[in-house]
Ligand binder design. Structure first.
Ligand code: 3PG
Length: 307
């Protein structure tokens, strides 16, 4: 019997797991669950007899692929796939996919939850400020960025975006000002929201000099990946510039140092919360399950990452 394993260190909602079960059982597959695991060994053991794997930010490296002798497909239920070793997947003839867009609204809504919290001084009782009229920079303009723009319009924000891979016309068509570089965005905007993937090009690209271009009172918000921020550079900058605020949904490695040095202008969620809604879990989980069935039954390779 075909076995699908959901391996999630950070579990899906119960309703999402049930929805995935419905899809897989309808296809005649067995569904196994490994949640909140703490050791890599648990994952290595669990994948041993899995034909298909659904993960979130769980690391699927060469060891995992090697231990999964029957594995034919792994689907990252979400957008960013920096946790998948695509070369190892290809070497083992495992198809790797993601589910782009499925959790984008959830992440975008969190951006505004965190921003209101930030501009109201983390609800400490003092007078803060409003988002209305503020210049918001969106880097970059993918599924999450577009949802951020949509919601920002409701707040009455002045919206700018930069995306190295999206033409300026497409950004303008969405009713957003297109800027010609990251530098220009940091020069212009009061708030910059990061939505870039972690790649060789973007790693540590949000650095001292770039963020240092922001005007007084600038806010950097990161719901993307911790790896894109040069933490040492940002710490140095926030020491020099006591007006800047950093809000992040991904705890930096130097979280304790940020928290100690920048009380009142630094906040990190205890656990990445962007995609933690029942809706996002269901959307991404069901999409992952359907993509597995589509691939195993009909060879459909839409959303394959290692072509
Ligand atoms: C994504 O890349 O889809 C988001 O960062 C969500 O990640 P998560 O599934 O680990 O919460």
């Amino acid at each position: 019997m075909t076995k699908v394993l959901i391996a999630t260190e950070k579990p899906f909602s119960k309703s999402a797991v049930e929805a995935i079960r419905k899809v897989t059982e309808t296809a005649g597959y067995e569904l196994a669950l490994l949640e909140k695991y703490t050791e890599k060994k648990q994952l290595l053991d669990a994948v041993a007899d899995a034909d298909a794997l659904i993960v979130r930010s769980d690391k699927v490296d060469a060891d995992v692929v090697d231990a999964a002798k029957r594995l034919k497909i792994v689907v990252r239920a979400g957008a960013g796939f920096d946790n998948l070793d695509l070369k190892a997947c290809t070497a083992h003839q495992v198809v790797a996919m993601n589910t782009p867009g499925q959790n984008a609204n959830s992440v975008a809504e969190l951006v505004f939850g965190l921003l209101v919290f930030g501009v109201r001084n983390f609800y400490n009782g003092t007078s803060g400020s409003e988002l209305k009229g503020k210049k918001l920079g969106i880097l970059a303009f993918g599924n999450v960025g577009r949802n951020v723009a949509r919601i920002a319009k409701g707040f009455g924000m002045d919206i700018y975006a930069y995306d190295a891979f999206c033409p300026a016309e497409a950004i303008e068509q969405a009713g957003v000002h297109a800027v010609s570089s990251q530098e220009e965005m940091f020069d212009i905007c009061d708030i910059v929201s990061l939505h870039i993937p972690a790649t060789a090009e973007t790693r540590q690209s949000i650095n001292h000099d770039l963020v240092g271009r922001m005007k007084k009172g600038g806010i950097l918000i990161n719901t993307a990946r911790k790896e894109v921020v040069d933490e040492a550079g940002l710490i140095r900058l926030m020491e020099e510039r006591t007006d800047l605020m950093y809000i992040t949904d991904i705890k930096p490695d130097a979280d304790a140092e940020f928290a100690e040095k920048f009380a009142g202008r630094y906040f990190a969620t205890p656990k990445k919360m962007g995609a933690q809604t029942a809706e996002a879990n269901s959307n991404a989980g069901i999409a992952a399950a359907n993509q597995i069935v589509g691939f195993l039954e009909q060879g459909i390779t839409k959303f394959q990452l290692n072509k």
